[in-house]
Design a protein around this ligand. Structure first.
Ligand SMILES: Cc1ncc(COP(=O)(O)O)c(C=O)c1O
Length: 467
């Protein structure tokens, strides 16, 4: 059976698909995407871009499904590996030993620094986060975990408890006990909470959903020292910062230090077959714990045979092409281009920051994130703001992007920022009134307002311009 999203669709078909998606999955999600012109249907997924099945318009994918497509959309090498693997393999039984599992674990460990040599196979980022925290708790026999404000490690159990945004957690209280959230890059705050009851400190070297905040060298060094002093496990979440994203293979390499445990997911899938893993130091405490408790973590799809074959191909691809050097080079040009745009718009843009190809633009007003997503979409740029920091628009194109694509993308972003100016004439004075500012920053108000504008636009196109 063919799927309509992979061929050209007309507007009626699109409306019907939206209706069906709303009926069977979520009307809220349709409204959310539609309000910012992000309700496209991905066709022709290639490298940095996707084509909308309805309009035929080419979009730069700056979201990359929050960092899943480092090796590019539809990477032919990875696709070929998966196609070949399908001849002989399936998921495999998660309790059985297999060559793909061994090869993946060996390859992964060989690319990790220091004595990060032992692997726990996992299914997703949240699953790997849970495994990492359970390992730290088990190996130390302690309960407390320190996590960072605005952090994002997933939406389930342990990872939700480690989330740095109350909005996601409030509905589900009480969550796991013993979690303490401290401000990012604030060593004093960590010191105040850390004790001999602390099992782990968990952080992303660069916060993704938190709004592209880069950990400082002093903070990282201080954490390493504190963990060594108190016997705490330092855990790095490399789900977004890994696989060349920041201009090094792993985000941790910017700091020249090694955590006790790290976890990965997303881009290790090659964009084709989900997978995840925890890598931990081969020490008596950690390895000893796993040897004594081999079933401390388990998932039927974690480290599936097909997943491990694909993930091994991804690691080969990254290493053979040294994609991190390429990401550093084009990331530097991309950042420079965004800084120029910032300088021209410093009345609304607070900062441009990031490492490699993990870059964010922070606005002075929260509501501008939503407005920018809309203006970018109209220019053929699919980008969203950070989940835990709506004022930060983030750009995470595949690390395989070419320099001329970066130039084209910059031109489109500049056009989008220019097109925002007309709205700013009205919105900036309104934002000075606290009540209006509150309304403008409110997600529900944004969804209603932008959907009304979209309805009006479609009405004009259909009945006035007859297109
Ligand atoms: C830094 C980070 N860690 C963990 C996760 C959770 O990954 P998953 O969606 O595979 O559960 C995400 C997902 O956005 C993430 O960005």
């Amino acid at each position: 059976m063919g799927y309509s999203g992979c061929r050209k669709m007309d507007v009626q078909e699109r409306d019907y698909v939206q209706h069906l998606f709303g009926r069977h999955i979520s009307r809220g999600q349709v409204r959310y995407l539609r309000c910012a012109h992000l309700d496209i249907y991905e066709r022709d997924r290639q490298g940095c871009t996707v084509t909308d099945a309805v309009s035929g318009k080419r979009f730069f994918d700056c979201f990359s499904s929050a960092g899943c497509f480092n090796v590019g959309r539809g990477n032919p090498k990875i696709r070929e590996t998966l196609e070949r693997a399908l001849d002989d393999w399936d998921m495999g039984s998660h309790r059985m030993l297999s060559e793909p599992k061994i090869r993946f674990a060996e390859k992964l460990a060989s690319l990790c620094p220091g004595d990060l040599k032992k692997v726990v196979l996992c299914a997703t980022g949240a699953d790997a986060c849970a495994a990492a925290i359970k390992l730290a708790k088990g190996a130390t026999g302690r309960n407390d975990v320190i996590t960072m404000d605005k952090a994002y490690h997933g939406h389930e159990g342990f990872s939700l408890s480690a989330n740095g945004k109350d909005y996601y957690k409030e509905l589900f209280l009480p969550l796991m006990p013993g979690f303490h959230v401290v401000p990012f890059n604030d060593l004093e705050a960590v010191r105040k909470v850390a004790s001999k009851d602390t099992a782990a400190i968990v952080l992303e070297p660069v916060q993704g959903e938190g709004g592209i905040h880069v950990a400082t060298r002093e903070f990282m060094n201080g954490l390493r020292k504190l963990c060594d002093e108190l016997g705490i496990m330092l855990i790095f979440d490399e789900v977004q910062t890994g696989f060349g994203r920041t201009g090094k293979l792993w985000g941790m390499e910017h700091y020249g230090l090694v955590p006790d445990i790290m976890f990965i997911a997303k881009s290790i899938s090659g964009g084709f077959y989900p997978n995840g893993a925890v890598v931990y130091r081969d020490t008596e405490r950690l390895t000893g714990y796993v040897e004594q408790n081999p079933l401390f973590h388990s998932s039927h799809s974690g480290g599936s045979d097909l997943g491990c074959i694909v993930s091994s191909a991804v690691l080969d691809y990254l290493a053979e092409n040294k994609v991190w050097d390429h990401a550093a080079e084009i990331g530097a040009r991309f950042k420079e281009g965004l800084m120029e745009i910032w300088r021209e718009n410093s009345h609304v843009v607070r900062e441009v920051r990031g490492l490699g190809l993990m870059i964010g633009i922070e606005y002075k007003y929260e509501f501008l994130g939503a407005l920018m997503a809309d203006c970018l979409a109209k220019q053929g740029v699919w980008a969203v703001y950070s989940g835990n920091a709506p004022q930060v628009m983030r750009f995470q194109i595949p690390v395989t992007a070419a320099m001329d694509e970066v130039e084209e993308l910059l031109a489109r972003i500049r056009a989008a920022v220019d097109s925002m100016k007309i709205y700013l004439v009205l919105l900036l004075p309104l934002a000075k009134v606290p009540l209006f500012r509150m309304a403008l920053d409110n997600l529900k108000v944004q969804i209603i307002a932008f959907n009304l504008v979209r309805d009006l636009e479609e009405f004009v196109f259909k009945y006035v311009l007859k297109r």
